[in-house]
Structures are given as structure tokens and as C-alpha cells.
Design a protein around this ligand. Structure first.
Ligand code: ZN
Length: 227
């Protein structure tokens, strides 16, 4: 996988955002002047009912456009750039060891077929090859796709997501394994929580969440920036 990504990436010499020719950059695919406008997340983790979630970038401005292009315009190369940033982030925070296993949040089969890929799996593959750890993308499967959760109340979200994920019975129970659940965006945390519950039930010892971006609520965002 590593060489696949590297090869296609090195044939691309223009910034994913502004199309300027890339000379030397800090992050593959993004020129340094665009990188300057990325909103990096100053928070290391979020208090969430079941798990800690880590997200290097804030879902704003240019980063928001990149996520949109990845998910809806099929620009898969963006997953490479975001995956590198995610890998650097958890390396810096020392959140993994060589036995940590990455599990991408699955899409329902129909949705994945329509999109042509699962962006969470692409991200997990890039992170895995950067950190030399493994991905298990068939551990969980999603029985049905869920509607957008952003405007639902916590109770409604729970109801909609209940039973959305299942543990693949092809695997035995998990034994003393550490997992990082990978997704593209953190909004309410409900999806990650639901998947976490399933993995804990199957015997996982420690699970954290890692998403490329976090959508901060307006108040939170403003508060963070006024501090
Ligand atoms: Zn640029």
C-alpha cells in the first residue's frame, strides 16, 4: 500500500488546494502557503462518554473544502495528505505502539459502492503505512447507512445508530488488543461511540478515536479562539 500511495502521489506535483507547483513542502500535496491557512486543533482530546477522540484539524475554511472534495468529488489523493497529518499527530502524542490496530469506520455496502471507496479506510491505510502498524478493515461492518446526525438530539442519535454496526463473526473475541477507530470527521461523536461499544463488547481493551477533522460548535470555536 505504501508504494501505491507514494507512487501516485509523487506523480502529482501541484498543491491540492491552489494548484501551485509544489517545490518543497512540509506535508505532501499541500504547499506551505496553503498549509499556513489550515486550522490546527489546539485541543488534544475531547471528553466523550465512551472514548477519547483526537483530531488534528478543525473543520473550517480550506480544510472543509478538502473534505468535501474527498467525499463528494472523489479526490482520493486528499486522503493521503490528511492521513500523513493524522499519522504525525498520533506519533507526536505517542498514542500508539507497534501492536495498535487501526479500524476504519465502515460505510454501508451500498454507500461505498456508490462513492467507489470508503474515505475512512483510505485514511487508515495511509496512517498504517506511515506508522508501520496494521489495519483491520473487516472487523466491523455497517448494516445500514444512517441519516445525517448533526441536527438530531442525543436521544434521536442513539436510536438511529443503535445496532448500526456489527462485529464480524469471522473473528474470534478480541484479546488484549488496542484499537484506534479512524474516521474522516468528528461531529457529534455518536458514530464513534456506537462502534466503540461494539468493539468493547467483543473484548477490546483500549480504544481511542482518531478523525482527520473536528467540527466544533460555533460557541466552542469562538470560545477557544478568544482564550
Ligand atoms: Zn497551495
Amino acid at each position: 500500500m505504501t508504494s501505491f500511495w507514494r507512487n501516485i502521489f509523487f506523480s502529482k506535483i501541484f498543491c491540492l488546494n491552489c494548484n501551485e507547483e509544489l517545490r518543497s513542502g512540509n506535508i505532501p500535496g499541500i504547499c506551505n502557503s496553503c498549509l499556513h491557512f489550515f486550522d490546527f486543533n489546539g485541543l488534544n482530546s475531547l471528553d466523550n462518554s465512551l472514548l477519547e477522540v483526537y483530531s488534528p484539524l478543525i473543520y473550517e475554511g480550506m480544510v472543509k473544502d478538502l473534505i468535501y472534495k474527498l467525499k463528494y468529488d472523489g479526490e482520493e489523493l486528499i486522503a493521503y495528505t490528511l492521513g500523513i497529518i493524522m499519522a504525525d499527530y498520533i506519533k507526536y502524542l505517542k498514542l500508539y505502539d507497534k501492536n495498535t490496530i487501526l479500524v476504519p469506520i465502515p460505510l454501508a455496502k451500498k454507500r461505498e459502492a456508490k462513492r467507489g471507496f470508503n474515505q475512512a479506510r483510505l485514511l487508515a491505510e495511509v496512517i498504517a503505512s506511515e506508522l508501520k502498524i496494521s489495519v483491520r478493515d473487516n472487523l466491523l461492518y455497517r448494516k445500514q447507512e444512517t441519516p445525517p446526525l448533526y441536527n438530531l438530539s442525543p436521544g434521536q442519535r442513539k436510536l438511529v445508530l443503535e445496532g448500526a454496526f456489527s462485529f464480524n463473526k469471522g473473528f474470534n473475541n478480541l484479546n488484549k488488543e488496542n484499537f484506534i477507530l479512524v474516521d474522516d470527521i468528528f461531529t457529534t461523536g455518536s458514530t464513534l461511540n456506537e462502534a466503540t461499544g461494539v468493539l468493547y463488547n467483543a473484548g477490546a481493551i483500549r480504544i481511542i478515536g482518531l478523525t482527520a477533522v473536528i467540527a466544533l460548535k460555533k460557541e466552542k470555536f469562538d470560545k477557544g479562539h478568544n482564550l
